[in-house]
Design a protein around this ligand. Structure first.
Ligand code: ATP
Ligand code: MG
Length: 588
């Protein structure tokens, strides 16, 4: 391909609305253009890299025994109602109406569609196991599309769905996908690692996310370097001890705390109640029902854990400044800062307490009377706790629950997610089969997603320097850029450029010939910005020495004799490809 023939609109300036480096480089290197918030057009170079990621995924899915299908984006809402997700995923669903005013769902994921297919076609145990996958467009009505392709309204996902007759079979399918994902990300040149994950509205009971470490990621991962434990903070546990038991007075004692409305203020003189001896009381609305959540004063609630433990789908803190929520505080008798769960808890309000408070005594908590607290509180004696759960957010430095090592936390980008689903979809959507004995059973499912467009951007987020993108050769839009410094037809640099182009192309190397009549500086800067793994610079000066200038994107310029140039580049590209594609170890 010739530069002048394609469209590579590189930008010198950093686009104002691109906050993270990979988003800036997607735009600056001329890979994508924004149509509207969360909607992007792939330009020729961006599309080439995207297709490469897709192809790596396809090869590894096929290798793991999965079979490719293609399902419609437009889906009937009835199947979403049957699975229950018409409600639970309501906010994320993009919906459209046809001319007859019938509503359709634009698929955010395809469990309902594939399970409907299996219900119709997979009726005998002899047809199992199967793993269907597709690579296609998904729609999600994200509240805040941002960071380019990272969180888009329309994006490309690889989604796969396994069907087994037994739980053990489903675990085996899960393991194959887990292994395939490890290979896929390695081949994309990414350092991705699996972490234990929450299952969210997708459901199921076993799940891992594949994470790419990056300061700009939207996930916090808790990990232990000693034993290898790693989990999304939404799921992570630690070995922090429960609150130490102490002597406690025979009954609670009310005391005045005028103007004290924070944990910190109560920690200061004259009260001097340390945060770990305070009970923090949060008022939440869980699926519109008011509830109280109790945590130790030095702990923070993790809302995802709360949702996972209680099954609540929509949760939010009650807001004392919001008029609609005023009645909740009136019912309790106090404003935030003086809230507690000892008195005045309206009947019907559930009280959830964090496990770390179990058995805690000699605690202090709000009295549900502005300006007053109770001390000498023994939680199990004085508070009617409806349910105990692990609800707190793990913090760095806590002991690992598995080995006692010190936990660390880092930001990461979620590029893939594998779930063991069990029968969550096969039961409501009737995906059943007859076993050897003629008994009808629901199939045991798993589902496996990779954000293809997000993965592409993660490659850039991980591979860049001050000059631009640094692609792994497996995902680069072209492997080699030939840059003649004069492009006049018949000039020595151009003649050699054409010759090398032909030789490399013949050898299966992907080459872009920069035939623009531009200053060398402009051409070099652009090739660094786009990030071709190898550049071959051809100028009159080096030609006079019988050389071309070869530069690996992350290396220095090297003079190489004209005769050795093609072989040198072919060898480099092939060995890099072999190195990155190496981890592919067959599973079946
Ligand atoms: P997130 O937590 O980032 O919103 P998710 O957990 O809802 O993602 P899944 O349902 O697990 O996403 O989807 C599978 C994969 O699709 C994710 O691992 C991610 O890589 C990708 N993905 C999800 N939402 C988006 C989006 N809005 N834009 C781009 N990729 C996405
Ligand atoms: Mg996910």
């Amino acid at each position: 391909m010739r530069w002048t023939q394609t469209l590579i609109p590189t930008l010198k300036e950093v686009p104002a609305d691109a906050e993270i480096i990979s988003h800036q480089l997607l735009l600056r290197a001329g890979l994508v253009r924004k149509l509207a918030g969360g909607l992007y057009t792939f330009l020729p170079l961006g599309l080439r890299s995207l297709k490469k990621v897709e192809q790596i995924i396809r090869e590894e899915m096929n290798r793991a025994g999965a079979i490719e299908v293609s399902m419609p984006c437009l889906q009937p809402p009835e199947i979403w109602q049957a699975s229950g997700r018409y409600e639970t995923m309501r906010d994320a669903l993009c919906r459209v109406k046809d001319r007859a005013q019938k509503e359709w769902v634009l698929g955010p994921t395809h469990e309902e569609v594939i399970t409907t297919l299996a219900a119709g076609e997979m009726n005998s145990y002899k047809q199992f196991p199967k793993n269907f996958y597709q690579i296609g467009i998904k729609f999600r009505d994200e509240i805040r599309p941002r960071f380019g392709l990272m969180r888009a309204k329309e994006f490309i996902m690889k989604d796969a769905y396994s069907f087994d007759t037994t739980d053990a079979g489903a675990m085996e399918s899960y393991r194959k996908m887990y292994d395939a994902y490890t290979r896929i990300f390695a081949r994309c040149g990414l350092q991705a690692f699996p972490v234990e994950a929450d299952t969210g509205v997708i459901g199921g009971n076993h799940s891992h996310e594949f994470m790419v470490p990056a300061a700009t990621g939207e996930n916090d991962v808790v990990y232990c370097e000693k034993c290898g434990y790693a989990a999304n903070i939404e799921k992570a546990i630690s070995g922090v001890p429960r609150t130490a038991a102490r002597e406690v007075g025979p009954e609670i004692e009310k005391f005045a705390t005028p103007g004290v409305v924070t944990i910190e203020a109560l920690g200061k003189a004259p009260y001097s109640v340390p945060a770990n001896r305070q009970i923090k009381t949060l008022v939440y609305l869980a699926d519109s029902q008011p509830v109280l959540i109790l945590l130790r004063g030095d702990d923070q609630l993790n809302e995802t854990k709360f949702m996972a433990r209680t099954g609540a789908i929509a949760v939010r803190p009650a807001d004392a400044k919001n008029e609609a929520d005023q009645a909740l505080f009136t019912a309790l008798g106090a404003k935030p800062g003086s809230l507690g769960a000892i008195r005045n808890v309206p009947t019907g309000w559930k009280v959830y307490a964090d496990e770390r408070l179990r058995g805690a005594n000699d605690m202090t908590t709000g009295a549900n009377e502005d300006g007053f607290h109770f001390r000498s509180v023994s939680i199990e004696r004085d508070i009617r706790v409806t349910e105990w759960h692990d609800l707190r957010t793990v913090t760095a430095g806590e002991p690992c629950a598995k080995c006692g090592g010190s936990l660390k936390i880092r930001r990461a980008i979620e590029v893939g997610h594998v779930f063991k689903l069990g029968t969550k979809y096969s039961e409501p959507l009737n995906a059943t089969f007859l076993d050897e004995t003629g008994k009808r059973l629901p199939s045991v499912m798993g589902c496996y997603g990779i954000g293809v467009t997000r993965t592409l951007q993660a490659v850039i987020e991980q591979g860049n320097d001050k000059d631009g993108v640094v692609w792994p050769v497996t995902v680069a839009p072209y492997q080699v850029c030939i840059t003649p410094l004069t492009v006049a037809a018949g000039s020595a640099p151009m003649v050699l450029a054409e010759k090398l182009y032909a030789e490399l192309t013949e050898a299966g190397i992907e080459v872009l010939l920069d035939d623009r009549d531009e200053r060398p500086g402009v051409k070099f800067k652009d090739s660094e910005l786009v990030g071709f793994p190898i550049r071959i610079g051809i100028g009159e000066k080096s030609l006079a020495k019988g050389e071309v200038e070869i530069k690996a994107r992350a290396g220095a310029v090297q003079g190489v004799s004209v005769d050795a140039a093609a072989a040198n580049v072919i060898e480099w590209v092939r060995s890099e490809l072999a190195r990155l594609n190496a981890p592919a170890k067959p599973v079946i």
